[in-house]
Unconditional design. Sequence first.
Length: 108
Amino acid sequence: MANEVLNVVLSEAERHAARKVESVSLRVGVLRAIEPEHLSFLFSHLAHGTLADGATLDIREEPVRVECAACGVSEARSMPWECPRCRGSSITTRGGDSLDIISLEIDV
């Protein structure tokens, strides 16, 4: 995962003739089961010697959106089988599975 993110970051940096990547902002869904600290560590390790060497990685976790027929909308940190608020069983879920690069800060 860290390698894929780095490849996209470096491709975009080169496309914009960047001299350095300063920071990368990601949105990562909780269902991806990615530990932000591990992703940051691996990204930093893989970026060594590249345009992204020393870049900060800002990871924003995306929760699962739970829509409950009984009590409305809430959020969950994992895939729920019932409403986390009222324990109702009539729910639908959305999101929580994204992996998006939100922004890159580059020095040109």
